[in-house]
Ligand binder design. Structure first.
Ligand SMILES: Nc1ncnc2c1ncn2[C@@H]1O[C@H](COP(=O)(O)OP(=O)(O)O)[C@@H](O)[C@H]1O
Ligand SMILES: O=c1ccn([C@H]2C[C@H](O)[C@@H](COP(=O)(O)O)O2)c(=O)[nH]1
Length: 271
C-alpha cells in the first residue's frame, strides 16, 4: 500500500517539477513569458539562449544583466537585490578601470578619447569577460552591465562620434567577435533601467566621480540613444535575452517599490 501511495505521489507531483526530474533525461524548457514589460521581439529572436537545459535534477542557475545609462541607478538597484539570499551581485569593475597598476584608463579616456579609448575599452572587455566566466555561488546572478554593452554602447559611441580611429574599432570588434563565438557568455534576462539623460546628468553631478566631471549632457544623450536603439527599438544589434524595462526616473522610494513589484519577474528568470 505504501508503494502504491508513493507511485501515486510521483505520478501527480513529478510532472509539476520537471527540473527536479530524477531521470537522466535532458529536459529543454522555455522560461515563462515575463508579462507586459517584456519586449516581444527580443524574446522571439533569442529563444535559443533562453532555453534551459536541466540534467539529473541539477539546479539551473540564471544570469541577469542590469543595463542602463551612466548614473541611472544600477549600483543602487544591485545593492537592494544583494539582500536577497539566492541572488549574488556582481558590480562593474570600475575601481580597476580607475587603477590598473597605478594607471587610470577611465580618467585618460575622458581626457583624450581618441588616444585612450582603445586602451580603456580593451581593459573593460578583459575585466567584463573575467566577470562573465566567474563560477556562480548562488542560483541567481545579477551583474552590472556586460561585455555586450561595453561593445554595443561604449565602443560604438566612441566610433560613431568620430573619437575612435577605424583601426582601433576594427581591432576591438575582432576581439569581441572572437570572444562571443568561442566563450559561453550566459544570460537569461536583461533588466534595463530606463532613464532620461537629464536624470542621469543630475545623478552624475550628485555622485561627483572625479573622472566624470567633464561629461556633458550630450554624452549621456548619445549613450541613451544607443541603449534605446539596442534594447527598445531593436534597430542596431542582436539582443541576447528578453528585456525587462524598469522606468527609473523616479525618486529612491518609488524605485524601491518598483524593484519589489518586479521581484517575481526577475526571480522567474530562474524557474
Ligand atoms: N532613484 C534615485 N533618485 C535619486 N538619486 C539616486 C537614485 N538612484 C540612485 N541615485 C543616486 O544617483 C547616483 C548614481 O547612482 P548609481 O546607483 O551609482 O548609478 P549607476 O551605478 O547606474 O552609475 C548616486 O549618487 C546615487 O546615490
Ligand atoms: O564599456 C564601458 C563601460 C563603462 N564606461 C564608463 C562609463 C562610466 O563613466 C563608468 C561606469 O560607470 P556607471 O556609473 O556604472 O555607468 O565607466 C566606459 O567608458 N566604457
Amino acid at each position: 500500500m505504501m508503494v502504491d501511495l508513493l507511485k501515486e505521489l510521483c505520478r501527480v507531483v513529478l510532472p509539476l517539477y520537471p527540473h527536479k526530474s530524477l531521470s537522466t533525461q535532458v529536459l529543454v524548457r522555455q522560461t515563462p513569458a515575463l508579462g507586459k514589460h517584456l519586449s516581444g521581439r527580443s524574446r522571439s529572436c533569442t529563444s535559443v539562449n533562453h532555453r534551459k537545459l536541466v540534467r539529473n535534477g541539477e539546479e539551473k542557475k540564471s544570469v541577469i544583466w542590469l543595463e542602463g545609462n551612466i548614473a541611472s541607478g544600477k549600483t543602487t538597484c544591485l545593492e537592494y537585490f544583494s539582500k536577497t539570499s539566492e541572488i549574488e551581485v556582481l558590480t562593474e569593475p570600475v575601481s580597476k578601470w580607475r587603477n590598473v597598476q597605478g594607471c587610470n584608463p577611465l580618467g585618460l579616456m575622458y581626457q583624450d578619447p581618441s588616444r585612450w579609448g582603445l586602451t580603456l575599452q580593451t581593459y573593460v572587455q578583459l575585466t567584463m569577460l573575467d566577470r562573465h566566466v566567474l563560477p556562480m555561488s548562488a542560483p541567481i546572478r545579477m551583474m552590472e552591465r556586460s561585455i555586450y554593452s561595453a561593445k554595443y554602447i561604449f565602443v560604438e559611441n566612441l566610433y560613431k562620434s568620430g573619437k575612435m580611429p577605424e583601426v582601433d574599432f576594427a581591432v576591438l570588434s575582432e576581439w569581441f567577435e572572437w570572444i562571443i563565438k568561442n566563450i559561453a557568455i550566459p544570460v537569461d534576462l536583461i533588466v534595463y533601467l530606463q532613464t532620461s539623460p537629464q536624470t542621469c546628468y543630475e545623478r552624475l553631478k550628485q555622485r561627483c566621480r572625479e573622472e566624470e566631471k567633464v561629461i556633458p549632457l550630450e554624452y549621456l544623450e548619445s549613450i541613451h540613444n544607443l541603449y534605446e536603439d539596442w534594447l527598445i527599438h531593436h534597430k542596431s544589434f542582436e539582443v541576447p535575452a528578453p528585456v525587462l524595462v524598469i522606468p527609473a526616473d523616479h525618486d529612491l522610494k518609488k524605485m524601491l517599490y518598483q524593484y519589489e513589484e518586479n521581484r517575481e519577474k526577475i526571480l522567474m528568470a530562474h524557474c
